[in-house]
Design a binder for this molecule. Structure first.
Ligand SMILES: Cc1ncc(COP(=O)(O)O)c(C=O)c1O
Length: 346
């Protein structure tokens, strides 16, 4: 990565260069999609996808509330109405609740493959077939995750990824990408991210045909993304190994995550549940083990959204705790976390 940074500084080409094109081609192929449109964040990628699907005023978009707020804010940005659904015990969108909230105004469903695990794609695709909504996959936490051997991002009209530094792969800063196998959607998203210009035409550079934005990814970011992509499979395997250690040796007094059928989990986060969450967090902190809460305030309870009632989402947010999980964590460190948690419950 350091060599690449110097190479690009020497080249003097910082924007719209070969690294962006190569990263888009390689990453979309990795996801099993035809095209990639890189962007400056995952949020921009979701926004571009909704906008390119012509979702706007008067439309409803179904989204889970147990997620990062940026799964839903792009719905407001395009002028549509978010309709929040509850989750199941696996923390993922409850497809029965999706079904119950479909109306004649439902234009799209955003399924969030949270914590590195894919949603129930078989059931979602059945609903899509029946009701004809567009499916946008929020894959910001699910690089390389699979359902029936197919990767996240290859099921919906578009799959949107984040390369923010905490993600399973990063561009060492903010970055994102929307992947799609729909050429028209890809072209519209390319125009949206670059001032509405259509590079498919001769005058493209100087003519803005639609209202566009500046969501471009830099050459430096794309080059770093290309380097990281080479390691993503081995990093995901390391994450799965750590999760296996936790699953095997953590006390049964906490609820541990279970990878669902037909899925390959990439454990962006390893989240346990306990009624003693705050005391356990404090105990781990006193023992120099940092943990996180993803997420303490559900999206539908954020001041920018209208409130609704989602019982499972509201119950679990006081009980969830994300334990350390990242490829450089050693087996000894994982054992230390396990011992410290098990000691707490003895
Ligand atoms: C589930 C989810 N959706 C959307 C986003 C937004 O991505 P970004 O931070 O790159 O805008 C993130 C990450 O931050 C996320 O975890």
């Amino acid at each position: 990565m350091k060599e690449k940074v110097l190479e690009i500084l020497d080249s003097g080409r910082f924007i719209k260069g070969p690294n962006v094109a190569a990263f888009e081609a390689k990453f979309s192929r990795y996801c099993g999609a035809g095209y990639g449109v890189s962007a400056n964040s995952g949020t921009s990628a979701i926004f571009m996808a909704l906008k390119a699907l012509y979702i706007g005023k008067g439309d409803e978009v179904i989204v889970p509330s147990h997620t990062f707020v940026a799964s839903a804010t792009p719905i407001l940005m395009v002028g549509a109405k978010p309709v929040f659904v509850d989750i199941g015990d696996d923390y993922l969108m409850d497809v029965n609740d999706v079904k119950s909230k479909i109306t004649s105004r439902t234009k799209a469903v955003i399924c969030v493959h949270l914590y590195g695990e894919m949603c129930d794609m078989a059931k979602l695709l059945q609903l899509k077939e029946k009701f004809g909504f567009a499916l946008v996959e929020d894959c910001c936490q699910a690089h390389g995750a699979e359902y029936d051997g197919k990767k996240a991002g290859s099921f919906g009209e578009a799959g949107c990824f984040s390369f923010f530094p905490s993600k399973n792969m990063t561009v060492a800063g903010d970055g994102g990408m929307a992947v799609t196998s729909d050429k028209k959607l890809c072209n519209t998203m390319k125009m949206l991210r670059d001032h509405g210009r259509d590079y498919g035409t001769k005058e493209g550079k100087y003519i803005s045909t639609i209202l566009g934005y500046n969501f471009r990814m830099s050459e430096l970011s794309a080059a770093l993304g290309r380097c990281q992509l080479k390691y993503i499979e081995q990093w995901s395997q390391k994450r799965r190994n750590i999760a296996e250690m936790y699953n095997e040796s953590l006390t049964d007094k906490v609820i541990k995550p279970q990878a669902g059928d037909r899925r390959k989990h990439v454990y962006h986060l390893y989240v346990i549940r306990t009624g003693k969450r705050d005391e356990l967090k404090e105990h781990l902190h006193r023992n120099d083990i940092e943990t996180g809460i993803h997420y303490p305030v559900p999206v539908h309870r954020q001041p920018i959204f209208e409130d609704s009632r989602l019982p499972v989402t509201e119950k679990i947010c006081d009980e969830i705790l994300s334990l350390p999980i990242y490829p450089l964590l050693s087996d000894d460190q994982v054992s230390e976390v396990i011992d410290t948690i098990n000691d707490f419950f003895e």
